[in-house]
Ligand binder design. Structure first.
Ligand code: G3H
Ligand code: 13P
Ligand code: ZN
Length: 331
């Protein structure tokens, strides 16, 4: 039987984005597929007083089982309440790949869905997105669409280069589809290897500095659809601190480069209302698990290595909310 997100304690993104736009910050969207990540997200956002979007990808649904994830998310709302965190929580489908997947998520309590038709020809993207919006809005579920293609792997589609969003298309897309927010392509990409070393310069400490995001395109988009909520995917910063821990304790991540935090801060002050972060959390957990296992080779209780990883992930999330996205104390 279908269940409404409202009965589970989630909210859609409408009010969140309105406040974020007015307050010139971005709401964090953190991916989860296991209990420790979800605990770290809720505790990190609860302690920093930040609204939060917890998001589930197709890969997460395959890995953890979609029913289990939905009940975990419901449990997270209850946990937040028990712990006295008064923060709005959205349960969002990340990179929805079909109308049917979006419907299935809405029927099982998601308060927001993304329909990612960015790899389709423009008219087909419009048609698919509009169909999802028509269904979702009957249940007051908000919808994120996407225009432009991020470099790297997105929704099983591999693009060698970004296809930047064209500002001339956004007004038409938003009007024809009725979407509530729009993901754009201005130079971010998914994963821990966002730029090739040859695309970067080196600073005086030998650290690779990537090219700047296309703020000119973001500003062009903002001019076409003023006040409309924009979403940035692929926005992990790939923090050298955690890449170094991974490499120090037996890992091998070479030339991992992300989006500098100052650029995300700048985007959050413009029209960007939602910033997606997944890889940074993966790096934190991997680094800490590697460190604990190397320091204590006889340890075999998962709580003893997942616990410190969870703690560090929570700290990283609090730092992001406060110093990068600006969402702390804006619940
Ligand atoms: O956008 C992609 C997210 O980082 C989710 O990644 O498909 O490996 O779960 P995933
Ligand atoms: P990162 O890989 O940069 O964390 O991006 C995550 C994302 O966009 C999820 O949709
Ligand atoms: Zn994404």
């Amino acid at each position: 039987m279908a269940v409404s997100y409202k009965d589970l304690g989630f909210v859609n993104t409408r009010e969140m984005f309105k406040k974020a736009m007015a307050g010139k910050y971005a709401v964090p969207a953190y991916n989860f597929n296991n209990m420790e990540q979800l605990q770290a997200i809720i505790n990190g956002c609860g302690k920093s007083g930040s609204p939060v979007i917890i998001q589930v990808s197709k890969g997460a649904r395959n890995y953890a089982n979609q029913t289990l994830l939905r009940y975990m998310a419901e449990g997270a709302v209850r946990m937040a309440k028990d712990l006295g965190y008064d923060i709005p929580i959205t349960l969002h489908l990340d990179h929805g790949d079909s109308y049917e997947t979006c419907v299935s998520c809405i029927e099982t309590g998601f308060s927001s869905v993304m329909i990612d038709g960015s790899h389709l020809p423009y008219d087909e993207n419009v048609e698919l997105t509009a169909k999802v919006v028509e269904y979702a809005h009957k249940y007051d579920v908000t919808v994120e669409g996407e225009l432009g293609v991020l470099a790297g792997i997105e929704d099983d589609v591999v693009a060698a280069k970004s296809i930047y969003t064209q500002p001339e298309e956004v007004d038409d897309f938003v009007k024809k589809t009725g979407v509530d927010s729009l993901a754009i392509s201005i130079g971010t990409s998914h994963g821990a290897f966002k730029f090739k070393p040859e695309q970067c310069t080196k600073n005086d400490k030998g650290v690779l500095v990537p090219p700047e995001l296309r703020f000119d395109i973001l500003e062009g988009i903002e001019k076409m659809i003023p006040g409309f909520p924009i979403v940035l995917h692929g926005s992990s910063s790939v923090l050298p601190k955690y890449v170094n821990i991974i490499n120090e304790y037996g890992g091998k991540l070479e030339a991992a480069v992300g989006i500098p935090e100052e650029q995300l801060r700048k985007a959050a002050k413009l029209a960007v209302c939602k910033i997606n972060i997944d890889s940074d959390g993966r790096l934190v957990m991997t680094g800490l698990i590697r460190k604990v296992l190397a320091d204590k080779p006889a340890e075999f209780d998962p709580r003893k290595y997942l616990g410190p990883a969870r703690e560090e992930l929570m700290n990283m999330i609090m730092d992001k909310n406060k110093n990068v996205l600006g969402s702390a104390n804006n619940a």
